[in-house]
Design a protein around this ligand. Structure first.
Ligand code: PEP
Length: 246
């Protein structure tokens, strides 16, 4: 019932030449996708380049952030309408780097989530605990609080379109991955609060070498991939693992 999704998060990486090589290699490897959806969430300046290269391929693209506001006097911000105009299908909201480095609150994340949906795109809502919170036995409480803030101002039905990404903060960019059982436990907890059709991705140092065992968990519906999405061979191997061909 829930199709798998593998989404790349390029973070603040890339340049036009390197992007071109990466996109060409990814399209060549997984241009004909079956049994899995694939999206690349890229820095704003490259949306035009990525949209042009991925047009007429089955790969989707998206952004990593947006403004919660409608267009107006908000210097330096990017609206949902602008991203929709670029053909974005997905927008990441609430990534832990934005929560931690840019002080994004649960309420702000909820407003951004609504802005994405309001423009016909799909939010990828990131939730996850720090190591300190996990060690204190507060993982469920933290992800529940983060999710509830979104549910307070958005219909539960919005999770027919929206995607959730469970990303333990201690596993992001650290090379440390949650064990498949740890990931499954949190995904199953979140599943009870969502809809049966909501896709819940795992993110946190997913690589070709560990993707198959993580994707084998019954409540893991794919991955949000940071560092490994910048390496064509790694990323395409992760997509193949999600297809069950890893
Ligand atoms: C991310 O940025 O969402 C992420 C999961 O990064 P990494 O795969 O590098 O841990």
């Amino acid at each position: 019932m829930r199709g798998r999704l593998v989404a790349g998060n390029w973070k603040m990486h890339g340049n036009r030449v390197a992007n071109r090589a990466l996109l060409d290699a990814v399209v060549a490897e997984i241009g004909g996708l079956e049994g899995v959806e694939c999206a690349l969430c890229v820095p704003y300046p490259y949306l035009g380049q990525v949209a042009e290269r991925l047009a007429d391929t089955p790969l989707a693209w998206g952004a990593q952030n947006l403004s919660e506001h409608a267009p107006g006097a908000f210097t330096g911000e990017v609206s949902a309408a602008m991203l929709a105009e670029f053909g974005c299908r997905y927008v990441i909201v609430g990534h832990s780097e934005r929560r931690q480095l840019f002080a994004e609150t649960d309420r702000l994340v909820a407003a951004k989530f609504a802005a994405v949906l309001g423009h016909g795109m799909r939010p990828i809502l990131c939730l996850g605990e720090t190591l300190e919170e996990r060690d204190a036995g507060r993982t469920d409480q933290v992800v529940e609080r983060q999710l509830q803030a979104v549910l307070n101002s958005n219909e539960k039905d919005s999770f027919k379109q929206a995607v959730v990404a469970y990303e333990p903060v201690w596993a992001i960019g650290t090379g440390r991955t949650a064990s498949p059982r740890q990931a499954q436990a949190v995904h199953a907890f979140l599943r009870q609060k969502l809809l049966p059709e909501t896709r819940i991705l795992y993110g946190g140092s997913v690589k070709a070498a560990n993707a198959t065992e993580i994707f084998a968990m019954p409540d893991v519906d794919g991955g949000l991939i940071g560092g490994a999405s910048l390496v064509a061979g790694e990323f395409t191997a992760i997509v193949r693992a999600a297809q069950g061909k890893g």
